[in-house]
Write a new protein. Structure first.
Length: 177
């Protein structure tokens, strides 16, 4: 049976560079079915305990949780907004944690970030590396792509050192599936 891998760009931007990177990376894997998730396809209000107490957990949060339960691996690329997660991702993450504290279900994860700037989302990537494992992530590799516009094209990563680094991370992830 073919393994299923979710690719998620953790942003609600319609032109998300993180969605592009997650999709590109997941599609380098061999012998897997890739499901590209777009946070815009999930109608999730900003998480708040008052909303949850009054309305319960949104159906789209349950749908997203089911998708994660039915996958064999996750490729996540985090957008960095002011040094942290995008609001859309953080809210989805919070809703998911209300369903199951092990949000990531123990599946292998390739955790990434990119940004237009030279740090490549390093701050948000470090935050996720510190917290995702406590939330059920089996992070087998991480990767930061700085200066997305200069280092990525329709053919993939143009910088040879960064390309080689990502290919090594993809190999580790592939082996963990």
């Amino acid at each position: 049976m073919m393994k299923k891998v979710v690719a998620l760009g953790a942003s609600n931007s319609k032109k998300s560079i993180n969605k592009i990177l997650a999709s590109f990376t997941a599609n380098q894997l061999e012998g897997v079915e890739v499901l590209l998730l777009d946070l815009n396809d999930f109608d999730l209000p900003l998480y708040g305990i008052d909303f949850e107490n009054e309305n319960g957990i949104p159906e789209d949060a349950r749908r997203l949780n089911t998708i994660l339960e039915e996958t064999d691996g996750v490729v996540v690329s985090l957008a960095e907004h002011n040094g942290s997660y995008s609001a859309a991702f953080k809210s989805a993450y919070d809703w998911l944690s209300r369903i199951d504290k092990k949000v990531w279900k123990g599946n292998p994860m390739l955790l990434m970030a990119t940004s237009p700037g030279g740090r490549g989302g390093a701050t948000v990537l470090n935050a996720a590396m510190a917290t995702f494992p406590r939330m059920g992530a089996n992070v087998v590799a991480s990767f930061s792509l700085p200066s997305f516009g200069a280092n990525f094209s329709a053919d993939g990563i143009v910088n040879p050192e960064l390309r080689d680094d990502l290919n090594q991370k993809i190999k580790l992830f592939q082996e963990a599936l």
